[in-house]
Ligand binder design. Structure first.
Ligand code: ATP
Ligand code: MG
Length: 297
């Protein structure tokens, strides 16, 4: 952490520094997310800092545990990290938005043969975890008096190893619990990757953050929409226009073949198949559906 101090001294106002995980579950998705909003960085794992080629940003690679603090202190202005790490570290940062990846939960699990009657089960028990702060909060809220054993890795083996009676750990599919003879009994904390920001950004840094948010929103909207084009008999054009209201209105182009036109529009991905069925029923042919890269509203 000492070396980070050096970087905090040369805070660049016309550039933003984004802390992401060096390696691990969030690294690839974080780079993919940045690339999806056209911030391309070189994912050279031996580097500590890399510049974006096409955006006023640089990326600082860190262990995920260090990201909330580095953003709180302003060494990096932004960070991409699991909400679980932000909650555990209790850092004073802005949670700007959820990013839709790295979904998981932190749950209490007990040996599968034990009967579970409710949270009182944990009174007097030893619980192994890497998330003592989140666990302590849950225990306090439920008036449970349990002993927390802090373990930084392989928490799931603690009951079999006799270190603890139960565990409080990250679960995504639940497979690891089952293979260690455990069952999930309380889902305590839902997490996903979030974009966090320092609470004291300079004006130019805020402008860059706004640009990032604008791009994230355009990307999110585009994922929920499809571009659809088709040929339609001109006599059914009005009905087709009723089926397909677009952002302003659909584009209609004449075709060389008499009595036909080409209709282009944007539809919600969730209503695509319903619209296709209705359009086919009124004679639409040659229907093409394309994914959208960005939608700028
Ligand atoms: P680091 O070396 O950076 O400290 P780590 O070992 O602490 O890495 P990872 O296992 O890479 O962390 O997980 C990073 C984050 O990914 C977690 O904090 C959590 O937010 C998220 N995550 C999503 N699914 C899972 C899962 N099944 N197991 C663990 N973490 C998950
Ligand atoms: Mg970590």
């Amino acid at each position: 952490m000492e070396s980070l101090f050096f970087y905090s001294r040369q805070k660049l106002k016309d550039m933003i520094r984004i802390a992401i995980q060096t390696k691990g579950r969030l690294n690839e998705e974080s780079i993919k997310m940045l690339s999806s909003i056209d911030i391309d960085i070189d994912n050279n794992k031996r580097k500590f800092l890399s510049n974006a080629a096409n955006f006023p940003a640089e990326v600082l690679y860190l262990r995920d545990d260090d990201i909330p603090h580095v953003v709180e202190s302003g060494t990096a202005q932004l960070g991409i990290v699991g909400l679980n790490e932000v909650a555990e570290k209790g850092c004073n940062v802005e949670i700007v938005c959820k990013l839709g990846f790295g979904g998981c939960r932190i749950s209490l699990a007990i040996p599968k043969g034990d009967e579970y009657t409710g949270v009182e089960y944990f009174n007097g028990k030893r619980i192994a975890t890497s998330y003592p702060a989140i666990l302590q909060k849950f225990l306090n809220e439920n008036n449970i008096d349990a002993r927390i054993e802090v373990i930084t890795g392989s928490v799931e083996i603690a009951p079999a190893a006799g270190i603890a009676d139960a565990i409080f750990d990250i679960v995504s599919s639940g497979g690891t619990l089952v293979s260690n003879g455990l069952k999930e009994v309380e889902r305590v904390f839902e997490s996903e990757a979030v974009l966090i920001a320092n609470k004291d950004l300079a004006t130019q840094e805020k402008e860059i953050l706004d640009e990032i948010l604008f791009r994230i929103e355009s990307e999110k909207i585009s994922l929920r929409k499809k571009y659809i084009l088709m040929n339609i008999p001109s006599e059914n054009l009005q009905v087709a226009l009723q089926i397909l209201p677009a952002m302003r209105s659909p584009t209609v182009l004449p075709l060389a073949a008499e009595g036909w036109c080409s209709l282009h529009s944007v539809v919600g991905a969730d209503e695509l198949w319903d619209k296709v069925k209705q359009l086919k029923a009124i004679g639409a042919e040659g229907i093409l559906v394309l994914s959208l890269d960005k939608i700028i509203l």
